[in-house]
Ligand binder design. Sequence first.
Ligand SMILES: Cc1cc2nc3c(=O)[nH]c(=O)nc-3n(C[C@H](O)[C@H](O)[C@H](O)COP(=O)(O)OP(=O)(O)OC[C@H]3O[C@@H](n4cnc5c(N)ncnc54)[C@H](O)[C@@H]3O)c2cc1C
Length: 437
Amino acid sequence: MSGKKTADALIIGGGIAGLQAALDLADQGFRVVIVEREPSIGGKMIALSKVFPTLDCASCITTPKMAAAAHHENIEILSLAEVRSLAPDGDGFDARILLHPRFVREEDCIGCRLCEYACDVEVPDDFEGGLGAHRAIYVPFTNAIPQVALLEPEHCIVCGKCVDACPTGAVELDQEPREIEFSAGAVIVATGFRLTDMAAKPQYHAPEIANVISPLVMERLLAPHGPYGRVLRPADGKVPDSVAFVQCAGSRDRTLGVPYCSRVCCMYAIKQAMLLSGALPFAEITIYYMDIRAFGKGYEEFYQNARAMGVEFVKGKVAKIEEASDRGVVLRYERIDGYGQVEERKHDLVVLSLGMLPACDLSDRVPLRVADDGFVNVPRPATEPCLTDRDGIFVAGTAAGPKDIVDTIAQAGAAAMAAANYLAKTRAPAEKEPVHA
Ligand SMILES: Cc1cc2nc3c(=O)[nH]c(=O)nc-3n(C[C@H](O)[C@H](O)[C@H](O)COP(=O)(O)OP(=O)(O)OC[C@H]3O[C@@H](n4cnc5c(N)ncnc54)[C@H](O)[C@@H]3O)c2cc1C
């Protein structure tokens, strides 16, 4: 174990919430460390195609924040890292952080990808929803930060080609996990969300039916640098003539233990439907829904635009999904806008609008309580949405509950401000190092 380091704030999770909170604190002169368990910061947002309601390119607005955090003199980013334990210590906290081996020395890697080109092993690429492949040693994605390769030992055949190809000698096959200690004055939990499991509803037969996909896979299909560079259905590479979205396929469903609304599924389905109308002008696009919840600024207009563009909205609950003999997908649904007729329709490709589930698995290591729904407990959500039930620990973004990006960023700013106030009360101001004097 290396010696103990200090930071004003420890931020757990380097998605858009963690990055925004880190930047807001660092700009005030606080020293921040971000602990991110993936090999790159950016969270889910960096994998999105465009964002509702403005249809801005998602990576064009996420990458500058990632770069700003990476280059900020008051921010240290620990990727492939996890909090092992967090214990109160006076007014602050003592954290033990586990650094997983990358098998590439971060300080020496120049991101040239020569190791990747030399490697012969192909592995399904999770960033592309499994539709593309990466090598056993690879840079996670084009605008990953840090822009450093990592090697997956479970796929490596130890042929040594990457070691020979690396111009800086950065590949280090015998790296071991390391633990470091941090002492921090405040903690912000920004661990985000995960999606409902595709297999959660057995009657939908996902993921056995390859042409039933998750919304994050559709984001990658729509992204300019996605796995195919165009929208093709995964089972056979056909250009789909008809695409359907099944709403509430993981939210507002007591059988799944998810009674709440995930708040973003209506809007991301409408966004994807609009983008598909542009990418596949002759395709029929249908959204099967119970209610459309277009609650934010400009969202209702966005929904009305989708209708005007010809996206069909069918008020009905999908009961069953089956595969047709030509690899099409048959939906059986009950209409809820008429007399409850049960109808069937075939589509080429179906997207399940999965719900948002909590991703915070820290409660056994961090003195933090989660609520009954599994999200971080916020005792006074109406007035103090970023305060947890523990002094000095704050929450930002979807770690506290389903949210869109606008609300995530607003809450991250509020969490940074609350942490700054807390630090000002518990620490001597002289310890601060203002950046903008
Ligand atoms: C398909 C889809 C499309 C969407 N489209 C839009 C859109 O167009 N517009 C919009 O406003 N919203 C959209 N959203 C919602 C948007 O993705 C979220 O609001 C946003 O990503 C939330 O950011 P976050 O930082 O809270 O969480 P995340 O993006 O989940 O980031 C959390 C980070 O924490 C890390 N982490 C988790 N646990 C740990 C741990 N224990 N230790 C260390 N690190 C950890 C994760 O690896 C991740 O990097 C969409 C969502 C989906 C599913």
